[in-house]
Design a protein around this ligand. Structure first.
Ligand code: MN
Length: 253
């Protein structure tokens, strides 16, 4: 089985190493990853300058682009044969609720899906990575059986990517796996006003606190309860319920 691994934290990120360690147990791994952190770049594509892949080892490339660029280059030109799966991550930090819309980790899996390759995004819901680094390392133990299972399904769901979040626990404390839906998260105080060195007003987006809400079967609840969360996502943003009720609100002009 050919596995393409990418991420949005950059080719030097520890989470990518952990993903590659797990993926190597189940297939032949090719890494194509950004040369620097690209978190929250979502599904952006580089159109206005060329991309330069640099070989960093056997089946290992860094690219001066986004996660989407990496997956597109890998599938279209860098890999001699198409991958059977795209694996993205392990992101340093959770990707649940609305975060999937900002996430470069999830976008790399979306690009795989857009290219017709079944794809799985993996994120580690730890906060301070320095404190949780041992727990991140131990995720290999839970990831190998999970990836082995997901990549050997008779019918991997069509037109679907799987968004996996791992709880910030030691491997032997993980309670199991739950199939979930996206919850909602609310950030507060995530814009910090400050001054630049010349005294001008600037703002820095990031940090702050967040709270979440969601049903019993939400991704946040699963992580809160100590389970691995697996959320099936699709790219079709059409609001189907709204279409179904169109006769109540839509009047053709
Ligand atoms: Mn990231």
């Amino acid at each position: 089985m050919r596995l393409l691994c990418s991420n949005d934290d950059g080719i030097h990120a520890h989470g990518l190493d952990v993903l590659v360690r797990a993926a190597t147990e189940i297939g032949e791994v090719t890494v194509v990853a950004p040369d620097r952190e690209q978190s929250a770049t979502s599904h952006s594509l580089t159109l206005h300058h060329p991309l330069r892949p640099v070989r960093r080892g056997e089946r290992r490339f860094q690219v001066d682009g986004t996660p989407t660029d990496c997956v597109m280059l890998a599938v279209e030109v860098l890999m001699p044969e198409r991958p059977d799966f795209v694996l993205s991550g392990i992101n340093h930090g959770q990707n649940m609720g609305e975060d999937v819309l900002y996430s470069g980790t999830v976008a790399a899996a979306m690009e795989g899906l857009a290219l017709g390759v079944p794809s799985i995004a993996v994120s580690f819901a730890g906060g301070d990575l320095r404190a949780d680094i041992a727990k991140l390392d131990e995720q290999v133990e839970v990831l190998v059986p999970l990836l082995r299972h997901l990549t050997s399904l008779d019918a991997f769901p069509a037109h679907t990517l799987l968004n996996v979040n791992l709880p910030p626990l030691r491997a032997d404390q993980v309670k199991g796996v739950r199939l979930t839906r996206l919850g909602r998260r609310v950030y507060s105080n995530s814009i910090s006003p400050m001054r630049d060195p010349y005294g001008r007003q600037i703002y820095w987006i990031g940090g702050g606190e967040f709270s979440w809400s969601g049903a019993e079967d939400s991704d946040f609840q699963a992580i809160h309860d100590g389970y691995i969360s697996v959320t099936p996502l699709h790219l079709d943003l059409t609001h189907r319920d709204m279409l179904d009720t169109a006769d109540r609100w839509w009047r053709a002009p």
